[in-house]
Ligand binder design. Structure first.
Ligand code: HDE
Length: 705
C-alpha cells in the first residue's frame, strides 16, 4: 500500500492488516502498530500512563523537528541509556541457576549451623559459574579458572561459598590481588588480549611471583578448559572453621564433587568451540536443565583439628596449598541440585551479590590472609556494582528467613521501617534485639603479636605441591600441561620472560622444563630459579588430582552428534537415539540442511544443526549415518571433512556405517579401535560402552595435535 504523505497531522488511518494471526493497524506513516485488543495489556509508560503510539516520536509535521515535550520518548531512551551496570571487575562473564541443597545427616557434633542440623532438610540455593579474566561478552572456553559461587538461603541468613574449580590460588596475600588481575586482563595500552592469559604482562607477573607456581600448574592443565559446568569440581579454597554449640572448633575445607564426574576438552577443541559456539557452557547448562536432566554435586568436607594443622607439611592458612584427599578424605555431607533457570538473567545472575563474609552461626573464618582480604572486598564491590547499600533488598540477594534490623533509607530502599523506633535500646518496646545464644559468635582464638607486614615462613615452599600436582597426572594430562605452557609462552614476546618460566619449571619437574624449553626453541636451559625453600620431591602422587584417573565410567549427560544424509538408515538413527536415552545421554542430528533429510524409508529426520553450524567439537562423540550417495556428496564439503577429522584428532569415539568410508578417507582417518562399526544392536552397545571412557587417549600420540 502506498503511504499517504499528504496526511501530516491527521489521525492514523486505522487500516488493519493480519500477519501471523495478529491484527496490526497501519499508521499514517505506513508503519504497523500492534495495538491492544480484547484482554491484551495496554502499553504504558513507567509512570503507568497508557501509550497511543510507540513507533513515532512527537514532531512538528511528519518530517519536522522532534519535540522535547515527548515524555514517553524521553523516559524510554533515558531508561535504555541506563540499562548497564558496571560489570564485575573479575568473574564478569557468568551464568547461574537455582536449585536446592539437601543435608544428608546432622553435623551437630561439628557445627551448630542450622543448615546442617536435620537429615533431609532442603535449603534453596543459587549458583553462578564464571570465567575470571574475560569481559561479560567474552567466550566460554577461555583457558581460565572457573568461579563456582554458591548462595545458600539458610534459615539463619545467607551462606555464600564463593569458590573456584581449582582448590588453590595464585597469591598468598589479598594485597596482591589487583596486581595479578591487572596482569591477566587486557594490557592497558593496547586493550588486548581479551580473556586470555597468553601474553607478556601475565607471564611477567607470574614469573616474578613464585607463590603462583602451584596454581599455574592447575591453570595450564585441562581443569582450565572444562567440558561443561556440570563436569567441574568446586572448592572453597580457604580453610574455614566449623563451630559447634559449645563453640568448639574444627577446621574445614569445602569441595563440590559433580555426580557426572569430571571432564574437560582439549585445547584445539576449546579454540574451535569459542568460534562455533561462544556460549557453549551457558547453552549446556540451559539445555540440561530444560531437559529435566538436573546437574548435581555433593558437598564434601575435609575436617581436621589443630593437631593436624600443626603437623601437616604445609600451613593450612596458605591458600596456595591443598590437603590431598588421600591425607584427609572428603566426607559427603549433602547434595546440591540445580533445577531451575532464572526468569531473568539481569535480575538474578547479573545482580546476585556473593560475599565471602556471608556465613551463618556455626561457620567461621580462619586467618588465611587471602580470605581475610576477601571478607573486606566483597561488600565494597557490591555497593559499587549495584549502586546502593540496599542491594540486599533485591529478591536474588534477600535472605529467605525473617530479618529485622535498624538499617534504613538510602538509594532505592524498598523495605522501610514502620513505627517510631529506629534505634535500640529504646523505651518504646519496639524493634528487634540481639540474642547472645542464637546470634553469630566468632571463635575466641587468642591472638597477639607485633604489628608487621610479613609473609609467614611457613608459606615459603612454592614448588613442592606444584610438582605433586604434575606427577599425579596421567601421561596425556602431563602432555597437555606441557603443550599449554608452550602455547602460552609462545605468545609471550619477551624471550627473558619465557626463560624465567623455564627456570621455575626446573624446580617443578625437569622433564617438563626440558620439553617446554625444547618446544620454545630455547637452546640452553637457564639455571633453576632461586627457591626460598628447597623443593621437595618426596610428596607422593595424589590420584584425586587427575581428571583422567577419576573418569565417570558413564556417558550420562554427554552428547553425540549424528551426521546424516538423504537416503540414510532412519531405523538405525532411532535405535541409536533410544540406546543413548537409556544411557542418559543426548543426541543431536547434524544434516546438510537444517530442515533435515529424508531417510531411505521415507521418514524425515529433522536437523538440529546444519553441518556448517554443528562442528564435531560441540559433541562428546560422533556417529556417521549416511547413505552411499550421501557420503559421496558430503565428502566434497570442507565442513564435513573437518567434522570427521576433528572428531578423530580430538580422540573421540566415532561410530560409522560402512557407507561412510569416503568421509573417513577424505578426513585422513587411520582407523583404530575408537572408529567403530555401526549397524547392529551389538554395535550400538559397544559404541556406548566405549564412549563411557569419553576419549581414546591412546590415539593422541598419533594425531599430534
Ligand atoms: Fe574473588 N572477587 N577475590 N576470588 N571471586 C569477586 O566480587 C577478590 C578469590 C570469586 O559469581 C569480586 O562480586 C579478592 C579467590 C568468585 O558473582 C571481588 C580476592 C576465589 C567470584 C573479588 C579474591 C575467588 C569472585 C568481583 C583476593 C576462589 C564471582 C565481583 C583476596 C576461592 C562471584 C564480585 C559471582 C568475585 C575480590 C580472590 C572467587 C572484587 C580481593 C581466592 C567465584 O569482590
Amino acid at each position: 500500500m502506498a503511504k499517504n504523505s499528504s496526511k501530516s497531522g491527521s489521525k492514523p488511518e486505522n487500516d488493519t492488516v493480519s500477519i501471523h494471526d495478529q491484527k496490526l493497524v497501519r499508521g499514517n506513516g505506513g508503519e504497523l502498530h500492534q495495538i491492544a485488543q480484547g484482554d491484551t495489556e495496554i502499553l504504558t509508560t513507567a509512570q503507568g500512563g497508557p501509550v497511543a503510539d510507540d513507533q513515532n516520536t512527537l514532531k512538528i509535521g511528519e518530517r519536522g523537528p522532534a519535540l522535547m515535550e515527548d515524555f514517553h520518548f524521553r523516559e524510554k531512551i533515558f531508561h535504555f541509556d541506563h540499562e548497564r551496570i558496571p560489570e564485575r571487575v573479575v568473574h564478569a562473564r557468568g551464568y547461574g541457576a537455582h536449585g536446592y541443597f539437601e543435608t544428608y545427616e546432622s553435623l551437630a557434633k561439628y557445627t551448630r549451623a542450622d543448615i546442617f542440623q536435620r537429615a533431609g532438610e532442603k535449603t534453596p540455593a543459587f549458583v553462578r559459574f564464571s570465567t575470571v579474566a574475560g569481559s561479560k561478552g567474552s567466550f566460554d572456553l577461555a583457558r581460565d579458572v572457573r568461579g563456582f559461587a554458591v548462595k545458600l538461603y539458610t534459615q539463619e541468613g545467607n551462606w555464600d561459598i564463593v569458590g573456584n574449580n581449582i582448590p588453590v590460588f595464585f597469591i598468598q596475600d589479598a594485597i596482591k590481588f589487583p596486581d595479578v588481575i591487572h596482569s591477566v586482563k587486557p594490557e592497558p595500552d593496547r586493550a588486548f588480549p581479551q580473556a586470555q592469559s597468553a601474553h607478556d604482562n601475565f607471564w611477567d607477573f607470574i614469573t616474578l611471583t613464585p607463590e603462583s607456581m602451584h596454581m599455574i600448574m592447575w591453570v595450564m592443565s585441562d581443569r582450565a578448559i572444562p567440558r561443561s559446568f556440570r563436569f567441574m569440581e568446586g572448592f572453597g579454597v580457604h580453610t574455614f572453621r566449623f563451630l559447634n554449640a559449645n563453640d568448639e572448633s574444627t577446621f574445614v575445607k569445602f569441595i563440590w564433587k559433580p555426580k557426572l564426574g569430571l571432564q574437560s576438552v582439549v585445547w584445539n577443541e576449546a579454540v574451535k568451540i569459542n568460534g562455533a559456539d561462544p556460549d557453549f557452557h551457558r547453552r549446556d547448562l540451559w539445555d540440561s536443565i530444560q531437559a529435566g536432566d538436573f546437574p548435581e554435586w555433593e558437598l564434601c568436607v575435609q575436617l581436621f583439628d589443630q593437631d593436624f594443622a600443626d603437623s601437616f607439611d604445609f600451613d593450612i592458612l596458605d591458600p596456595t596449598k591443598l590437603i590431598p584427599e588421600e591425607v584427609i578424605e572428603p566426607i559427603p555431607v549433602g547434595r546440591l541440585v540445580l533445577d531451575r533457570m532464572p526468569d531473568n538473567f539481569f535480575a538474578e545472575t547479573e545482580q546476585v551479590a556473593f560475599m565471602t563474609q556471608n556465613v551463618p552461626p556455626g561457620i567461621d573464618f580462619s586467618n588465611d590472609p587471602l580470605l581475610q582480604g576477601r571478607n573486606f572486598s566483597y561488600l565494597d564491590t557490591q555497593i559499587k556494582r549495584l549502586g546502593s547499600t540496599n542491594f540486599t533488598h533485591l529478591p536474588i540477594n534477600a535472605p529467605k528467613c525473617p530479618m529485622h534490623h535498624f538499617q534504613q533509607d538510602g538509594h532505592m530502599a524498598m523495605r522501610n521501617p514502620v513505627g517510631r523506633a529506629n534505634y535500640q535500646p529504646n523505651s518504646w518496646g519496639q524493634g528487634p534485639r540481639e540474642h547472645p545464644q542464637k546470634g553469630f559468635r566468632s571463635f575466641a582464638e587468642p591472638a597477639e603479636g607485633q604489628k608487621v607486614r610479613l609473609r609467614a615462613e611457613s608459606f615459603a615452599d612454592h614448588y613442592s605441591q606444584a610438582r605433586q600436582f604434575f606427577i599425579s597426572q596421567t601421561v596425556p594430562e602431563q602432555q597437555h600441561i606441557a603443550m599449554a605452557l608452550t602455547f602460552e609462552l609462545s605468545k609471550v614476546e619477551t624471550p627473558a620472560i619465557r626463560e624465567r618460566m623455564v627456570s621455575h619449571l626446573l624446580n617443578i619437574d625437569e622433564g617438563l622444563a626440558e620439553t617446554v624449553a625444547e618446544k620454545l626453541g630455547i637452546k640452553k636451559l637457564p639455571k633453576k630459579a632461586d627457591a626460598a625453600v628447597a623443593p621437595r620431591d618426596d610428596l607422593p602422587a595424589s590420584d584425586a588430582l587427575s581428571i583422567a584417573k577419576n573418569g565417570p565410567e558413564s556417558f550420562k549427560g554427554r552428547k553425540v552428534g549424528v551426521l546424516v544424509s538423504d537416503g540414510c538408515d532412519g531405523a538405525l538413527v532411532k535405535k541409536l537415539q533410544a540406546a543413548l536415552k537409556k544411557e542418559g545421554a543426548m543426541m543431536e542430528i547434524v544434516a546438510p540442511k537444517v530442515g533435515g533429510v529424508e531417510a531411505a524409508d521415507g521418514t524425515v529426520i529433522p536437523g538440529k544443526q546444519m553441518i556448517d553450524g554443528g562442528p564435531s567439537v560441540l559433541y562428546d562423540a560422533v556417529a556417521l549415518i549416511v547413505s552411499s550417495d550421501g557420503a559421496k556428496q558430503l565428502a566434497k564439503e570442507a565442513t564435513v571433512r573437518d567434522f570427521v577429522a576433528d572428531a578423530f584428532a580430538h580422540c573421540k569415539f566415532i561410530a560409522r556405517v560402512d557407507a561412510a568410508q569416503p568421509l573417513l578417507d577424505k578426513a585422513g582417518v587411520e582407523p583404530d579401535e575408537g572408529v567403530m562399526p555401526l549397524g547392529s544392536a551389538a554395535d550400538i552397545e559397544s559404541f556406548i560402552e566405549s564412549c563411557r571412557k569419553l576419549r581414546l587417549w591412546a590415539r593422541e600420540p598419533k594425531v599430534k595435535l
